[in-house]
Design a protein around this ligand. Structure first.
Ligand code: 25A
Ligand code: L14
Length: 336
């Protein structure tokens, strides 16, 4: 297999760093790594495979000789630079929300819809973190019993909002424990010892009362599963967890599935690990999912309020399967 020149746009962000670590850990066939970031990162370096590589400031000219460009610097940066990357001959795998719902852009979770990759025209979108971990669990249930409706509530870690958000939770927690005050900078309200039903931090609320994060879960889930008939409603909540998103998911199916059948189906699903033993208080939790590639599911039970529905608890590393890992998996699938 020929080795590829790979650029990481947003290389100094939380997701960009995980992208480089994942490329290294999975031994991606790399000819060269080109870390790119904004002016703010001028002079910084990244370490990759024991080497120190200077971060370059992103411009339209950054993409000469690049085969694959992994973008994670926000939607604005992707909208501004993705076309330059494609014009230079690179395939863009974009982690922002910029192109996800574009009908010409495949939105891919390799375990679920790798086939969609075939139709790409230079840009491939990586879904929202909360959507990704949900669809790896929904897909095998949909194949077995046809999903009619999904009701999901998320418990999302602060790492999804970047480095400054992690710092805010840590510093605010310390300050409040010490009896000091700490004004929110990133989050709209106190995040330490609190839950906020608002993601993202700004321009979150849409005319229908949902947040953009909630509507991403609705729209992206249907696009990835390729079925507009699936009804989805979501409430997305920021919780004082550093890393690892948790989700409470209720799934109504056309064909009734018992909890045992669902456990059996999910235990054979790619990228999914069933952790479900109430007798031993075994269920997925964020600290255990952190650093792992899989999506963990437990608390699988039949919904007592409905004749054909299941409840479950789904946890994954939002920076890995939710972002960097899925992006690298897409790149791997392109090579295969
Ligand atoms: O718009 P979206 O799609 O909703 O995405 C919004 C943001 O969400 C994160 C990611 O932030 C993205 O910017 N994100 C996206 N998808 C995600 C996912 N699936 C996700 N998070 C979790 N899961 P991030 O913090 O991870 O990464 C930011 C990186 O992007 C670089 N960047 C930003 N604008 C850029 C750019 N690179 C090139 N051109 C641009 N115009 C950014 O680099 C970072 O690498 P940087 O150079 O701007 O910042 C490097 C250092 O500066 C600090 N810093 C960041 N912001 C500020 C700052 N310092 C001062 N003031 C600031 N405002 C950082 O700590 C870093 O050390
Ligand atoms: O759409 O702030 O990929 O936790 C990922 C990070 C949405 C917001 C996306 C967060 C963003 C999310």
């Amino acid at each position: 297999m020929s080795k590829k020149v790979v650029a990481v746009v947003g290389a100094t962000g939380v997701v960009g760093r995980q992208m480089m670590e994942t490329l290294e850990k999975r031994n991606f066939p790399l000819a060269r790594l080109v870390p790119l970031a904004s002016e703010r990162s001028r002079g910084k370096t990244v370490s990759f495979k024991g080497e120190t590589i200077p971060v370059e400031v992103l411009s339209d000219k950054s993409f000469e000789g690049i085969d694959i460009a992994l973008f994670s610097a926000g939607g604005g940066t992707s909208r501004k630079y993705a076309s330059a990357a494609v014009a230079s001959g690179a395939v863009v795998i974009d982690n922002s929300s910029a192109f996800r719902m574009d009908p010409d852009v495949p939105l891919v979770v390799p375990e679920v819809n790798a086939d969609a990759l075939k139709s790409h025209k230079g840009i491939i979108a990586n879904p929202n973190c909360s959507t990704t971990q949900m669809v790896v669990v929904l897909k095998p249930l949909h194949d077995a019993a046809r999903i009619r409706r999904v009701v999901v509530s998320t418990y999302q870690a602060v790492s999804g909002a970047g480095i400054a958000a992690i710092t805010e939770l840590e510093e605010q927690t310390r300050a409040l424990l010490a009896g000091e005050s700490y004004a929110p900078r990133i989050f709209p309200h106190q995040i330490a010892f609190n839950c906020l039903p608002q993601i993202p931090q700004s321009d979150a609320f849409l005319d229908n009362g949902y947040t953009s994060e909630e509507m991403k879960m609705v729209d992206e889930t249907r696009k990835i599963l390729g079925d507009e008939s699936i009804a989805v409603t979501a409430t997305t909540v920021r919780v004082p967890v550093i890393n690892g998103h948790s989700e409470s998911i209720n799934v109504q199916t056309e064909k009734k599935l018992s909890a045992a059948e669902a456990r059996d189906i999910l235990s054979k699903a790619p990228g999914v690990v069933v952790q479900d033993n109430p007798a031993e208080q075994l269920y997925p939790i964020a600290p255990c999912a952190t650093g792992k590639y899989d999506t963990f599911v437990g608390r699988i039970r039949e919904d007592i309020s409905h004749e054909s529905a299941l409840d479950m608890w789904v946890v994954s590393d939002n920076l890995l399967k939710g972002a960097a890992l899925n992006t690298v998996q897409i790149a791997e699938a392109l090579l295969a």
